[in-house]
Design a protein. Structure first.
Length: 598
């Protein structure tokens, strides 16, 4: 009973008001309001979620945020409900190379990277999409920010020199404004209900809580009646008990996951890529100095093991999860040695910090080279068709090794252009084995509890077992979509039509091949048309709805290595009669179902 009374009345102590000295603050009357999780430098530390959320006023009464390492921005707006902060600088492009968000509380959610080009000025570029960056210009030259679109090809081949690539949108450079998000502390729910967010009274733990407030005028607040807290406190009893139970379960699961990870790494020493500490990672990357890219998984940095050996360090963002994908990638790729599979050099599992260290490949991914090219007559492709065929054959050989060359069959489940990296000679290497599964080579089907992969490349049977059973043929489907994207990215579609979607362009390819017509694609060398036709036909065979109708990866490799003269067009994968009904799994009952190997 005393514990129950404590649970009932303890919330009431926390609902009254903010802690002393933590009222709303401003640098100037028309500037952004500052309150938790931010605080101004003169306020007590418990008023903000330190470190990283401290702000200060400059001599112009602007609010300034410092991001690592010592990069200062003016704060234009703080959106507390959506947990976004809007920053400004008169030349933001000059500061972004120094910015290292991996060591801050903030993230950037821009989907497309931007390339900066130094171009001789003036020159005719009215038809291309870019943002001018005046502050970096010099006499006779202009700096332009170009997002990855069809405009990129023009600037790569024009009177321009690429300066750097940044994981920010082009408007960031054009407007000198940067929008960042924060996920911890999670206060948006409190703010959306008109409540304050802050630390609990009388505790030093970094645990936040919602506080009732009544706003009478700017900067003045009054306590709500205690009776409101009583009503809320009673309802919160059950929530607190439930939360404590969930906290216990979460803590126990994290401990078990940590033990499981360490046991796996101890057992793994026999196969062994090198294990590095977090201090080693900082030294290898020169304190995370050069960023290569950023995605949902985390951030990739360029590093150096010696004067001649460069590496790519993938620093995982979701470091507090159970670690299945981290273990999966080490356990899978660590035992693979093939010219068309990226090599895992080492890894870091230092507390909650986890990173994977790969060989460095200077030419980025295949995605960079299969963008739609300009429709201008005589324009050159970013890469020749012979080289694209070389990449397709190398990728197929890598998949063939995964399916047939290892002790256990390895199913990748995420074959796509972004996961095909290219070395200095544009030789392809398959990467990112976080979703891969091991299964016996004697069996052909694997069971899974959930779909995995990237929309647009996922085989139908992975999304729904009504379409068939998941097997090595699921990777064949993804590879077929990759081949068709190589071809479809260079189709000269009629700008007067609206058929620019991926599905429409793929069906357009099939219709033209069916009629014996040449595809409307820029041809630069003799024999290119034959390569295009071969890649398209092989891709169409690979994306058949029924898994048993797709060729094996060995057959795919043989078709790509041949001259293509004897290839027949596949059945049409886009007509309704070829799509299986949802209440049946045709043509797959003869396959045995097995569990994946842990």
């Amino acid at each position: 009973m005393p514990i129950l009374l404590f649970l009932v009345f303890f919330p009431l102590l926390c609902l009254g008001h903010r802690l002393e000295g933590c009222e709303d603050s401003w640098c100037k009357s028309d500037g952004p309001v500052v309150h938790f999780p931010f605080r101004l430098s003169h306020q007590p530390k418990h008023c903000g979620y330190d470190p990283g959320f401290e702000l200060h006023c400059n001599n112009k009464k602007d609010i300034i945020l410092e991001l690592p390492p010592s990069v200062h921005f003016v704060v234009e707006k703080i959106a507390y409900v959506s947990q976004q902060i809007h920053l400004y600088d008169k030349c933001i492009a000059a500061k972004l190379p120094k910015l290292n968000l991996a060591h801050s509380n903030f993230t950037n959610d821009d989907d497309y990277p931007t390339d900066l080009f130094n171009c001789s000025a003036p020159f005719s570029d009215n038809n291309y999409d870019y943002h001018l960056v005046p502050c970096l210009g010099s006499p006779g030259y202009q700096v332009r920010a170009v997002t990855l679109t069809s405009s990129l090809k023009f600037f790569l081949s024009g009177p321009c020199k690429k300066i750097h690539r940044y994981p920010y949108s082009g408007s960031t450079f054009g407007e000198n404004k940067l929008q960042l998000n924060w996920s911890v502390p999670l206060c948006g729910n409190c703010e959306s209900k008109g409540m304050d967010c802050g630390f609990k009274d009388g505790t030093k733990l970094l645990e936040t809580h919602c506080f009732n407030r009544t706003i009478t005028q700017k900067g003045i607040k009054s306590k709500q009646p205690l009776i409101a807290g009583v009503v809320l406190g009673t309802a919160l009893v059950y929530l607190i008990v439930f939360s404590l139970y969930q906290l216990y379960l979460t803590s126990r699961n994290e401990r078990e996951s940590r033990v499981r990870l360490e046991k796996f790494l101890d057992d793994y020493k026999a196969i062994r890529p090198t294990r590095y500490s977090y201090a080693d990672i900082k030294k290898i990357t020169d304190d995370f100095n050069e960023r290569l890219g950023e995605g949902s998984y985390g951030t990739v940095y360029k590093g150096r093991l010696s004067s001649e050996i460069y590496v790519a360090v993938k620093f995982l963002r979701d470091s507090k999860g159970k670690g299945e994908e981290f273990i999966n990638e080490i356990g899978t790729i660590g035992r693979i040695h093939h010219v068309n599979v990226v090599r895992l050099v080492g890894f870091c599992a230092d507390g909650f910090r986890r990173a994977l260290i790969y060989e460095y490949l200077p030419n980025d991914s295949l995605e960079r080279f299969i963008l739609p090219v300009s429709s201008s007559p005589g324009s050159a492709s970013l890469i020749s068709w012979n080289k694209l065929q070389h990449i397709a054959v190398g990728t197929a050989r890598g998949i063939e090794y995964l399916h047939q060359g290892c002790d256990q069959q390895i199913l990748h489940f995420d074959i796509k252009p972004q996961n095909i990296l290219l070395d200095h000679n544009l030789n392809p290497k398959i990467c990112d084995f976080g979703l891969a599964k091991l299964c016996s080579k004697e069996k052909s089907v694997v069971t899974m509890t959930a779909a995995r992969g990237t929309i647009g490349y996922i085989a139908p049977e992975v999304l729904s077992r009504n379409f068939g059973k998941v097997s090595h043929k699921s990777d064949i489907y993804s590879f077929g979509m990759l081949l068709l994207e190589m071809v479809g990215g260079r189709i000269k579609m009629d700008p007067k039509t609206n058929n620019h979607s991926k599905v429409n362009s793929l069906e357009w390819i099939y219709r033209h091949l069916e009629k014996g017509e040449e595809l409307k694609i820029w041809i630069e060398e003799e024999g290119d048309a034959t390569i295009v036709r071969k890649l398209a036909i092989v891709g169409l065979w690979c994306i058949q709805w029924h898994p048993v109708d797709r060729p094996s990866i060995k057959e795919v490799t043989q078709m790509l290595e041949g001259d293509g003269s004897h290839l027949n067009l596949s059945p049409n994968p886009f007509i309704a009669t070829n799509i299986p009904k949802l209440n049946a799994s045709p043509l797959s009952d003869d396959l045995d179902v097995i569990l994946e190997i842990e």
